[in-house]
Write a protein that binds this ligand. Sequence first.
Ligand code: SF4
Length: 94
Amino acid sequence: MKKMSIDDKLGLDLFHTDEEESHIQVDLGCTDEAEIKKLLLACPAECYKYIGGKLSFSHLGCLECGTCRVLSHGRIVKEWRHPQSGVGVTFRQG
Ligand code: SF4
């Protein structure tokens, strides 16, 4: 059996995303580049972008790993909770 890459495995996940409401609230006005860089490097779904000195965030594709919440210590990630029942990611390969 051929070993699957991480990208291949993630590509099998199902997303039922709440497009109206994000389960993560982010301070998009943050200018602390050291803190921003942590999230850019750590988020496996690349939900955080930093382009032209402006932070942006999209919860679409979030894997609900909680890494950003732990790293941020409330500095950029202001609120983190699991999505409502019935929405979010469904893992199909570990
Ligand atoms: S919970 Fe994980 S996947 Fe979702 S935004 Fe945070 S670091 Fe990215």
